[in-house]
Design a protein around this ligand. Sequence first.
Ligand code: ADP
Length: 178
Amino acid sequence: MKDKNLDRIGVHKGDITLMEVDAIVNAANSSLVGGGGVDGAIHRAAGPGLLEECRGLGECPAGEARITSGHNLKARYVIHTVGPIYSNSAQDPVLLAGCYENSFRLALEKEIQTIAFPAISCGVYGYPIGDACKIALETTRDFLEKNEALEQVIFVLFSDPYLKVYEKELHELYAKQS
Ligand code: ADP
């Protein structure tokens, strides 16, 4: 039987800062005070108020997540999560799954219905995209199976090759269900 929950997962190529969703997720570093990559783009688009709010949060360990308002973004909230720096250890997938699970937990608390994720850890943190994508999609599928409240989860990829990896993996999840 087809898993209707997979219909609540979307993939999109583009800039996550432009997404009109309740929350966008930031692939932050543990200081939470900004960095390069998607973190830098989110802080630039959100304005200085975001940095000020983040300064009040303190450190965030890998695998955990924190939430702030979206400031100048279209999104009402930013969920900041810290991915693992890839080390090819058994901890990597546990921490990466934790990023998604803890982001979802905060989303539920705030009654968020639509959320967009970047490819956490797949930039300077070096996580291989194929492995990271499987973890992202399987963790999301498992969460959606248990929780009705979240209407849509969108994965926003910055490049065609990364988009293709997500499309292929999502297709495979559908194929497994039928
Ligand atoms: P990490 O430190 O977790 O690896 P990065 O910011 O270096 O985080 O990269 C995570 C992913 O986000 C990479 O695939 C990168 O290409 C992508 N990315 C960078 N800027 C944006 C953006 N504005 N919107 C969506 N994805 C982005």
